[in-house]
Design a protein around this ligand. Structure first.
Ligand code: ADP
Length: 463
């Protein structure tokens, strides 16, 4: 990136410099050429006046101007020809064509009063044809053809060119320094960024990237820190989950070991004692089994939504079936179960997963209830969603625990939950199943008065 950036700046500025200096040179050359032409033209005009004033073309006039013409031609390092109105060359500083006739197109044009200027770049000379006008009659009495060498202009331009080369070199050096400095400045922060990423990749996950300077790079660092934060949170919750799972799985095994050890330690233990201890051991094994089953359910609910087995289900019938299964459990403590259905509801759901979610809620409403209490399950719907509400007259959930009840292994009262055979995974499983269906669950509770869980689920499943 550094080299690409540096190279781009250099190439761009250099090309711009070339275009700029080329443009400048052309304008400059044009300007001095114009000046040169003007000066030659002026001299020719003066000469034309003198020719008229001295009656140069009179047959018997003495050509006193000749030496002046010769001198001017030598100043121009060129040639001057004076042509009269009969197109005959009266004076040629090269003497070659003296007396001959000159009938070129440009000479005719000049004879009609037009100034002709031509520049022959390659041949390094310019040609100016000036009409000689009689001031009193206003008629053209001849023309002056003047060719002047432009060697001096070319020399100046060559000098400018060589000066430019030095300028190019200085400019190139300055540009290189600026480009290197700029690319270093820009890539410095990226370098710090990359180094920090490498350190994080090496396992220093607690590190955050702190950068000062350009907003875009700072934003990038902030976004990266945010991802890192999320990763750390995820990692912490994973570690916590693993440690919770190990702890939960270990508890029944520890109890089993204690029970078995105490039996073994007693010689001649009575058969009733064996029976009693074995019953406890079976309870612990059941508990271990419950935890493992719940964990497996949780793993299933952690999968992607594409693992759902969606079918159109009559939710009224589904809830009635679940209540029928749970009524004996409620009856044991004389808890009344009321079912209210406001309308028939058919929804696209995964029957197995949502059955587990709803039975967890109803089972909890029974488990955490008072003897002779009640549980009310209601079903309602609008054009988009259906709502299941499970309300109980139970012990309630303290306000500060309400947010945490959906966490894995969280139990408000560990001892009570254990007594009722709870694993602390039921509500996590329920919430995951509902989230997989793109639904929502809320809890509303007052300690000592009861709890309401409200579930909202879409009637049609959209991937
Ligand atoms: P558990 O297997 O312990 O029942 P859950 O995840 O189903 O685990 O519930 C977590 C905790 O939330 C329970 O231990 C209990 O303390 C509390 N809880 C859940 N439902 C109710 C309810 N209806 N009334 C009072 N407390 C409840």
């Amino acid at each position: 990136m550094k080299f690409a950036f540096c190279g781009t700046i250099l190439v761009l500025t250099y090309v711009m410099m070339l275009i700029f200096t080329y443009g400048m040179r052309i304008t400059y050359e044009k300007k001095i050429m114009e000046q040169k032409m003007n000066s030659v033209q002026n001299q020719c005009n003066i000469l034309a006046n003198q020719i008229v004033n001295n009656n140069y073309f009179m047959k018997d006039s003495v050509h006193t101007l000749d030496s002046e013409i010769e001198q001017l031609a030598s100043i121009f390092s060129g040639r001057i020809m004076v042509v009269d109105d009969k197109f005959q060359i009266q004076k040629d500083t090269y003497t070659l064509d003296q007396g001959k006739y000159m009938l070129g197109g440009n000479v005719i044009k000049a004879m009609e009063g037009e100034d002709i200027r031509r520049y022959f770049k390659k041949e390094q000379y310019l040609e100016i044809i000036t009409p000689i006008t009689n001031n009193t009659t206003g008629e053209e009495v001849g023309v002056i053809i003047c060719t002047a060498s432009t060697q001096d202009v070319d020399n100046v331009m060559a000098h400018v060119k060589s000066r430019n080369k030095v300028l190019y070199l200085i400019f190139f050096i300055v540009c290189s320094i600026v480009a290197i400095w700029l690319s270093n400045l820009l890539t410095k922060q990226l370098k710090v960024f990359v180094e920090a990423i490498h350190r994080i990749a090496d396992g220093h996950m607690d590190e955050t990237i702190k950068l000062k300077g350009y907003t875009e790079i700072k934003d990038m660092a902030d976004a990266f820190n945010e991802i890192l934060n999320k990763l750390n949170t995820l990692e912490n919750s994973r570690q916590e989950f693993v440690s919770n799972v190990s702890h939960e799985l270990k508890t029944p095994i520890t109890s089993i070991k204690v029970l078995a050890d105490s039996l073994l330690a007693q010689e001649d233990a009575p058969a009733e004692m064996y029976r009693e201890f074995m019953e406890d051991i079976v309870d612990e094994i059941d508990r271990e089994n419950d935890i493992i089953n719940d964990l497996l359910s949780l793993v299933k609910m952690d999968k992607k939504a594409s693992d759902l087995n969606i079918e159109t289900i009559n939710v009224n019938e589904l809830l009635e079936l679940l209540l029928k299964r749970l009524r004996p459990l409620a009856a044991k403590r004389n808890i009344e179960i009321v079912y209210e259905s406001f309308r028939p509801v058919n929804a696209e759901i995964d029957k197995v997963k949502l059955s587990l979610a709803f039975s967890n809620l109803i089972e909890n409403a029974i488990k955490y209830n008072k003897d002779d209490g009640w549980v009310r399950v209601s079903l309602n719907a609008d054009h988009k969603f259906f709502y299941v509400k499970v309300t109980d007259s139970g012990i309630g959930i303290p306000e500060d625990c309400q947010d945490q009840v959906f966490e894995r292994f969280y139990r408000v009262d560990k001892a009570r939950s254990r007594e009722t055979g709870g694993t602390g995974l039921g509500l996590s499983i329920t919430r995951n199943a509902i989230l997989m269906h793109k639904g929502a669950i809320k809890v509303h509770s007052k300690e000592g008065e009861g709890t309401t869980f409200t579930v909202r689920l879409p009637l049609t499943y959209v991937v």
